[in-house]
Design a protein around this ligand. Structure first.
Ligand code: UT7
Length: 337
């Protein structure tokens, strides 16, 4: 019998405002046809002016805690994956902690972009397996809409992103039989900073000039994300295949043994290509990008939530997850739900 991590609760919060491709076409020079054909996205949700990432996270976290049937005071740690925090500092985990009305437990932000959720999951899993914490609240939440360049210059990036949040509660579980019991088998994390500038925000930091940001820089739009889409696309396909194979090899599992694939949602074409290259049948890959766009650190737990609600992800299923994003960073996780 070993100490393992097990998912015991899940919650989600998607803002109510729907932004269709046609809505975007009224703002910038784009079209429903272009967006659907290049990315698979049909619509996304954007917050209203007064909503923040920690607000979305609070709703998702409360649902996850209720679903886990624990008291919020039993949470031993909060890990919050986001690249769109409410404030420059402190991190969103602290704001969420205050909104939940708990105090004392550690509250940590992970900012690993689209790979943030799997990086955060790996930390949670290690803290639990080491016996340091029992119950960990793990959140992926983003408000991307407020930080996008809504001029034609930013159209390649702006059409891809959406807002949303999901939360999990993980707990320590005595695993008797890994063929049956829920557990995180392994996580595999990578990065290559040589590609940091292929998808990044060049300004709004201490790395430039002598001020956080100047009026002229804001006019230039250096606080908006910029991307070399083709480079990101190619690397995403390659690295997601590699890191999925790494998880399978590490656990001596054949790809045909995996019941369900939860990939990061950056582009439907990326996920279809990964599935094609690895010989994964389409019905095993769960995609949500069509309705939410890319919610960065929130895509994987949002997908998990929807798949559970739709009855597609069921207890006992073997799940492989993979993500790729800015950094470049990439990661995978293999777990039994
Ligand atoms: O989460 C991880 C991070 N993100 C990703 O993984 C995204 C990876 N990359 C992609 O998904 C794709 O590269 C995009 C969807 C961003 C772009 O698709 P693409 O097939 O690589 O298009 P492209 O960048 O080569 O652009 C083709 C054309 C260009 O026009 P010209 O130069 O051929 O005249 C662009 O200016 O499409 C134009 N374009 C647009 N047209 C309409 C770029 N953005 C848009 C737009 N609407 N929103």
């Amino acid at each position: 019998m070993t100490n393992e991590s097990k998912i015991i609760g899940i919650g989600k919060c998607i803002p109510s405002k729907v932004v269709t491709n046609n809505d975007l076409a009224k703002l910038i020079n784009t079209s429903d046809e272009w967006i659907k054909q290049r990315s698979g996205i049909e619509e996304r949700h954007w917050v209203s002016n007064n909503e923040s990432g920690s607000d979305l996270a609070l709703i998702a976290a409360n649902e996850a805690i209720l679903n886990a049937k624990i008291d919020k005071n039993q949470i031993d740690m909060i890990i919050f994956a986001t690249i769109s925090p409410d404030h420059y500092f402190p991190g969103n985990a602290c704001f969420l902690q205050a909104k939940l009305g708990i105090s004392g437990c550690p509250a940590l932000d992970v900012r690993q972009q689209c790979t943030g959720f799997i990086y955060a999951l790996s930390l949670a899993d290690l803290y639990i397996k080491q016996g340091i914490y029992k119950n960990i609240l793990l959140v992926g939440a983003e408000v991307q809409s407020k930080g996008l360049d809504k001029s034609d210059k930013g159209r390649d990036v702006t059409v891809l992103f959406g807002d949303g949040a999901a939360a999990l509660v993980l707990t320590r579980n005595e695993c008797r039989d890994p063929k049956v019991d829920s557990l995180i088998f392994s996580t595999h994390l990578h990065a290559d900073g040589a590609f940091a500038k292929e998808l990044w925000v060049s300004g709004l930091g201490m790395g430039n000039g002598d001020a956080l940001v100047t009026r002229a820089e804001v006019d230039e739009g250096i606080h908006f994300p910029r991307m070399n889409g083709k480079v990101v696309f190619t690397h995403a396909v390659r690295r997601m295949c590699e890191v999925l194979n790494e998880a399978l090899t590490h656990n001596k599992i054949a790809i045909t043994d995996v019941d369900f694939f939860l990939f990061h949602q950056a582009n439907l074409r990326i996920n279809e290509k990964v599935a094609e290259l690895l010989g994964i049948p389409a019905h095993k890959v769960f995609n949500t990008i069509q309705k939410y766009g890319n919610t960065t650190a929130a895509t994987i737990p949002i997908g998990m939530y929807d798949a559970i609600k739709e009855g597609k992800l069921r207890p006992g299923m073997l799940v492989a997850s993979a993500a790729f994003g800015s950094g470049f960073t990439w990661a995978s996780a293999l777990f039994r739900y």
